[in-house]
Design a protein around this ligand. Structure first.
Ligand code: XIL
Length: 311
């Protein structure tokens, strides 16, 4: 595990990546995961609608496939994700009763976290709860339970696996503004009322040209005293890709990874993909492309070489 081992030598826990049904049988990807990365996150098969599409019907085939690969290859595992407004089935979205939704959350977490108890290093317990303006997102969880849904979810996760690190995960924490302010204020309230939170995940889905503010914002997250991780790092390039943009991408990868290296409680980084061929950006943000360290032909990009030198 070349990059991972180098990153660990800087005092960090892991440099990780994602895996799922789309890449599990692609040896161009799994060979890179084996030789370069020390941690695995499931890209989609650990999400609610995949695991519990109908109430009480749990399907762990896809989730287990990623888990089994990670265990067989001795990778640390990050669990992603328990409570998220996306990828939830309609029967959850339609719940309006407080007691019912509380029980639904507790049962989902008990089953999912319980299944992998003792084997998951950290869980993204709540994912993306904020709007850009700092208001809570209008999810079913917020509508029905208000801020209590954090308490319910984190306590349930702690109970189901007392040794797993429990994270609040969010995107666009890379810039100063109302979103990171609101998140830090929430973390403070959660800590004051004894909610078991261990870490903040900053997804770090970046756009080229925007990495400059990352180090300062990462320091603000770290000042909470919690563990900090970059959980979904990629740096997408506005089309068309040019050599100059690829060089700039290298510099921005170096800057972001160095920011984590320099902060003692920034414990790990997960990249959201190996090859530009498979990135979520291709389908979701089509004005952008080429966000990762390997190109569409699985060749190492300038950004990879940059990290190799940095680490
Ligand atoms: C994305 C996956 O990459 C896609 O394959 C899936 O279809 C949708 O979810 N923030 C997150 C991740 O927390 O779970 C998302 O992953 C990307 C944005």
């Amino acid at each position: 595990t070349f990059l991972h081992a180098r990153f660990k030598s800087k005092g960090k826990l892991y440099l990780g990546n994602i895996l799922d049904g789309n890449t599990l049988h692609d040896t161009s990807i799994t060979n890179v995961l084996r030789s370069e990365f020390g941690s695995i996150t499931a890209e989609y098969s650990w999400k609610w609608s995949r695991i519990q599409p109908k109430e009480g019907e749990f399907h762990f085939e896809g989730a287990d496939a990623v888990f089994d690969w990670a265990v067989a290859n001795k990778k640390l595992i990050r669990g992603h994700t328990l409570i998220w407004h996306q990828n939830i089935p309609e029967w959850v979205n339609a719940t309006t009763d407080k007691t019912k939704l509380t029980e639904v959350i507790q049962e989902h977490i008990r089953q999912v976290v319980g299944r992998y108890k003792g084997h998951v290093y950290a869980w993204d317990v709540v994912n993306e709860p904020f709007e850009e303006d700092g208001h809570f997102r209008n999810s079913v969880f917020w509508r029905v339970l208000k801020e209590d849904f954090f308490d319910v979810a984190f306590h349930a996760a702690r109970e189901a696996d007392p040794n797993a690190k429990l994270y609040l995960n969010e995107y666009n924490l890379d810039y100063a503004g109302p979103k990171i302010d609101a998140l830090l204020a929430l973390v403070d309230r959660l800590q004051k009322r004894g909610v078991p939170i261990d870490g903040i995940g900053s997804q770090a889905h970046l756009t080229l040209g925007k990495a400059g503010s990352v180090p300062a914002q990462l320091l603000r997250l770290a000042a909470t005293g919690l563990d900090i991780a970059l959980t979904e790092l990629d740096i997408r390039i506005p089309r068309p890709v040019t050599d100059a943009k690829l060089v700039q991408q290298q510099a921005e990868y170096e800057m972001v990874v160095k920011a984590c290296v320099d902060i003692p409680n920034c414990i790990g980084i997960t990249l959201w993909g190996v090859s530009d061929r498979n990135s979520w950006v291709n389908a979701t943000l089509p004005q952008f492309e080429s966000p990762l360290l390997w190109d569409k032909d699985y060749k190492r990009k300038a950004a990879y070489r940059g990290l190799e030198v940095l680490l």
